[in-house]
Design a protein around this ligand. Structure first.
Ligand SMILES: NC(=O)CC[C@H](N)C(=O)O
Length: 359
């Protein structure tokens, strides 16, 4: 442990104690998550690739780490910032401390930080870049955003046999719980690389397609959008988070960056059909721009109660459903788990390849 700093692009400096891999300065987009629990799922969610995660809840690590709650096999965030990390976790499933895991994985973490002030600063400034460093006197380098989806997506097809309908799960950085929820519902699931084409998917003869969550700006996948449109026009499709944004972009809508994102486990979302409000798990920095949605193509199905942003879409004629929130939760409430059941019901009602709706 040594003294370290989080230096924001806008000049604010937050001191703390630095652990883990501290040989080099690390730079990333500084984002905050408001969940009180679920730190292991958050740290292993590939959608955080390249980001520095600030935990708002002041004590992280009190129930340790285990082998069950991983959302992927690795840690793709650039660094972790907390107020306090527990060194003496207590839980029957715990097999190590947060510090042991992060040190083993070479992930720097800064603790003892005034995270309350830091979050207030991010809310005021908007999402900004930061550097975790041993020194305060550093210059911000100009860096371009790497293509993280290429790093986090599977490199080969992985098939999980089962008795139910065959789903192709397009992996843009998929959380394990999406796969688990489909398997739990007896689906046979083939996880495929993010760049799989319509022709490659057609050969697999799926009953439906799920587009997963994933890191970065959805527009980074611009050149794949025509394929995504073709795939979603041919099979019942469910888009989750990045998957939702990609479907919207593929059909001509635009996305924009939120001031400081939605990351937490208590985001209220309203089902516009029933008027019912559900509490959802969220982790996104971008949203689909309201005024760019063609109402002849899509109905808005859900809206965020706090800021009114678009949280779900349903195609007017095709069996395409998308949600900006995470129905697989992990961490967070399971109010919206029915999204998977609804999708499977659509699969069972739709047989064969749909006739193309592409003009
Ligand atoms: N969890 C996700 O899929 C995030 C989507 C996208 N990277 C965003 O930040 O908006």
């Amino acid at each position: 442990m040594e003294n370290g700093y989080l230096i924001l692009e806008t000049g604010e400096i937050f001191p703390g104690q630095l652990y883990g891999h501290t040989a080099e300065d690390i730079i990333g987009e500084v984002v905050f998550n408001t969940s009180m629990t679920g730190y292991q799922e958050i740290m292993t969610d590939p959608s955080y690739a390249g980001q520095i995660i600030v935990f708002c809840y002041p004590l992280i690590g009190n129930y340790g780490m285990n082998s069950f709650d991983q959302e992927s096999n690795d840690y793709y965030a650039k660094g972790i910032v907390t107020s306090e990390i527990s060194e003496v976790p207590n839980h029957y499933k715990s097999d190590s401390t947060v510090a042991e895991i992060l040190e083993k994985k070479g992930l720097p973490f800064l603790t003892g930080v005034d995270t309350r002030e830091l979050v207030k600063t991010i809310r005021k400034r908007g999402t900004i870049k930061g550097i975790i460093s041993k020194t305060k006197n550093i210059l911000f380098p100009k860096i371009s955003e790497p293509f993280y989806i290429g790093e986090v997506s599977t490199k080969s097809v992985m098939t999980y046999e089962n008795d139910g309908p065959h789903i192709v799960l397009m992996d843009f950085g998929c959380k394990k719980s999406i796969l688990t929820y489909l398997l739990k519902r007896k689906c046979k699931v083939s996880v495929v690389p993010y760049h799989f084409s319509f022709m490659q998917i057609e050969k697999m003869n799926p009953a439906g397609v799920v587009l997963s969550n994933g890191p970065g700006n959805p527009i980074a996948l611009k050149k794949w959008l025509p394929e995504i449109k073709k795939i979603s026009a041919a099979y019942p499709t469910l888009g989750i988070c990045l998957g939702h944004q990609l479907i919207a972009l593929a059909y001509g809508s635009q996305t924009k960056k939120l001031p400081y994102g939605h990351r937490g486990a208590n985001h209220p979302v309203k089902d516009l059909k029933t008027g019912k409000v559900m509490i959802t798990s969220q982790n996104h920095g971008y949203v689909v721009k309201d005024d760019t949605i063609d109402e002849k193509l899509f109905n808005i199905t859900y809206r965020h109660v706090n800021d009114g942003t678009v949280e779900g879409l349903s195609h007017v004629t095709l069996p395409i459903q998308t949600v900006q929130f995470h129905p697989e939760a992990h961490p967070g409430p399971q109010d919206t788990e029915h999204i998977f059941d609804d999708f499977i019901q659509i699969l069972n009602e739709t047989t064969g390849v749909l006739s193309y709706a592409i003009q």
